[in-house]
Every structure is written in structure tokens, then in C-alpha cells.
Design a protein around this ligand. Structure first.
Ligand SMILES: Cc1cc2nc3c(=O)[nH]c(=O)nc-3n(C[C@H](O)[C@H](O)[C@H](O)COP(=O)(O)OP(=O)(O)OC[C@H]3O[C@@H](n4cnc5c(N)ncnc54)[C@H](O)[C@@H]3O)c2cc1C
Ligand code: FES
Length: 268
């Protein structure tokens, strides 16, 4: 896990374009922040035009290029709707990079198996890009439009396995099904490690599967957040300790936790 160095900055929008359906890509010029970013970290974004909602919105950092970074977001409510209306040259306040991200595999180390549901793909791109070993990306969504960045992961040389619940793209079913098939494969790929980001139900299933197949796993636990910097305690999850469990903050101790640390029996 990495030490956290973060900055609050007013940054300029370089582009803000629709990806598929209700997903957008927002590129921000942030020369001081971009070089600090580690895979799995997030940005806490204040959407200025949102007069009745002062709270920032957390988004995984998707890509970094030179002095810019980007987020890949889905419009689900007032904050993201307001974000989608912003144009080139407008400004946003961001605090970033925040949180403890994924442990990037070392050269000759684990073979990564990435599992992502919907916008969970956003948290995975930098990990795939910075991992010295290529692996497999299992990406799942309800429909074809929920499958993001497939081409970009293939361009990085990764094996991408797609599932959709309605069968409109890739295999029909849940993203966990091809993951289980891969973990059952004989002989197994040596030194496998699972990394996952997506809805809580998916993360719980992935955590249990990893435990069953005795494969280490890191999960990005994207809980609702207010302050994003460890003060308000809205984002806590139960985490196992030596003699029980305790609440830990997903914004500071997480969002990435080892799967075996999460006390699922006590989750809300
Ligand atoms: C660490 C982290 C990383 C995230 N990364 C991304 C990302 O890369 N791309 C992306 O599109 N979204 C991401 N999210 C979720 C994103 O923060 C919310 O979708 C956003 O805050 C919603 O704001 P809103 O004002 O549009 O919606 P609101 O009006 O506040 O809520 C609309 C709906 O979205 C739900 N919602 C709000 N916050 C969350 C949340 N944290 N998780 C799940 N559902 C939520 C609400 O329950 C409600 O149903 C991330 C969240 C966290 C905590
Ligand atoms: S969001 Fe406030 S403590 Fe985590």
C-alpha cells in the first residue's frame, strides 16, 4: 500500500465527451496532480454549477497522460448530470489523488486477473497499463453499452473476456462465470492475483470466489463518500482485525482492501 500525497486544485476541462449511452470521459489539465497518481486512487470533484449540493463527488482516476488525467463517469444524478453539461475551458475544483490504490504487480510477479463491472473498468486501466505482466480482464455489464474500454485494454495487449446479462455482447451471464472457469483451468496460470472494482454484490462474489480458490485478491470498495479525506466517517466498512473487526474508512484506508480483510457478514 502507498503513502498518500494529495492536492486541492482548480483545474481546467480539456474535454468532456460522451463515451457510450450515459457514460462520459472528462479530461482535466492538472500538472501538479497527474504525476502523483497511482492505480486505484480517486479524485474528489466539486461541481461548481451545483448550487444546492456542496458535496464533492468521488471518481476513480481512469487515465493519466502528460499533465492531464481523466475520469470515466456515468450520469446517475444531479452531480453527474451537471458535470456532463460542462464544456472545454470551464473549471472544477478537485482534491486528488486520494486513497490507497491497487498494489501494482512486480516484474516476474503475479499474473493479474482484473474483474470489472460497469464503471469499475475506470479504476482498472492504470493498473493494466502499469503492470509489467499482461493478464486477463473480465468485464461485465447489464447491456452492451455498459461494456467500457474494451478496445483500449486489448490495445494494451490484455486478454479481454466480456459478459453481458442480456447477452447483447460477449458471453451471456455474470462476470464471475468466466472468472470461475479461468480459476478452474488445469494447469492453472502460476501466481494469479485478482483485482476487482464494481458493484458491492459483485465484489462480495469475487471475494468469496478468490477465497474458495485460494487466490489473493484486492477489491476497490466504492462506498458513498462525503468528505473524502477521512473526517466524516460516512464511508466506513467493517474490516477484520486480529480479534474481531473494526470500521475503516474507504476514503483513506481504502478504497482498495485485500478481499480477505473485508468482514462481509457485517457489511450494510
Ligand atoms: C472511490 C469511488 C470511485 C468512484 N468511481 C466512479 C467512476 O469512476 N465513475 C463513475 O461513474 N462513478 C464512480 N463512483 C460513483 C460516483 O461517485 C457517483 O455515481 C456520484 O457521486 C453520483 O453523484 P450524483 O450527484 O450524480 O448522484 P446522486 O444524486 O448523489 O445519486 C444518484 C444515484 O447514484 C447513487 N450513488 C451515489 N454515490 C454512489 C456511490 N459512491 N456508489 C454507488 N452509487 C452511488 C445514489 O445512491 C443514487 O441512487 C465512484 C465512487 C467512489 C466512492
Ligand atoms: S468520506 Fe468522510 S471519512 Fe471517508
Amino acid at each position: 500500500m502507498l503513502a498518500v500525497l494529495m492536492l486541492e486544485q482548480t483545474v481546467q476541462i480539456v474535454s468532456n465527451e460522451r463515451d457510450t449511452d450515459s457514460y462520459f470521459r472528462l479530461v482535466l489539465r492538472a500538472p501538479l496532480i497527474a504525476p502523483l497518481i497511482q492505480p486505484g486512487q480517486f479524485a474528489h470533484v466539486r461541481v461548481w454549477p451545483l448550487k444546492d449540493a456542496l458535496l464533492r463527488r468521488p471518481f476513480s482516476i481512469f487515465q493519466v497522460s502528460g499533465d492531464t488525467f481523466s475520469i470515466l463517469y456515468k450520469t446517475v444524478g444531479k452531480g453527474t448530470d451537471a458535470l456532463a453539461r460542462l464544456g472545454v475551458g470551464e473549471e472544477l475544483s478537485v482534491i486528488a489523488p486520494l486513497g490507497h490504490g491497487f498494489t501494482v504487480p512486480e516484474r516476474g510477479g503475479e499474473t493479474p486477473l482484473l474483474v470489472a463491472g460497469g464503471y469499475g473498468m475506470a479504476a482498472m486501466y492504470l493498473l493494466a497499463q502499469r503492470s509489467p505482466q499482461r493478464g486477463i480482464v473480465f468485464v461485465g455489464g447489464r447491456r452492451r453499452v455498459d461494456i467500457l474500454c474494451e478496445t483500449e485494454f486489448r490495445a494494451l495487449g490484455w486478454d479481454v473476456r466480456v459478459t453481458t446479462e442480456d447477452g447483447s455482447h460477449g458471453e451471456k451471464g455474470l462476470v464471475t462465470e468466466p472468472l470461475i472457469a479461468e480459476l478452474r483451468r488445469k494447469p492453472p496460470v502460476p501466481h494469479r492475483k485478482v483485482f476487482a472494482c464494481g458493484p458491492t454484490g459483485m465484489l462480495k462474489a469475487v471475494g468469496k470466489i478468490a477465497e474458495e480458490y485460494n487466490v489473493p485478491a484486492e477489491l476497490s470498495m466504492d462506498e458513498h463518500m462525503c468528505c473524502g479525506v477521512g473526517v466524516c466517517l460516512t464511508c466506513v466498512i467493517p474490516v477484520k482485525t486480529g480479534n474481531g473487526w473494526e470500521y475503516q474508512r474507504t476514503c483513506t484506508e481504502g478504497p482498495v482492501f485485500e478481499a480477505r480483510q473485508v468482514e462481509w457478514e457485517e457489511t450494510r
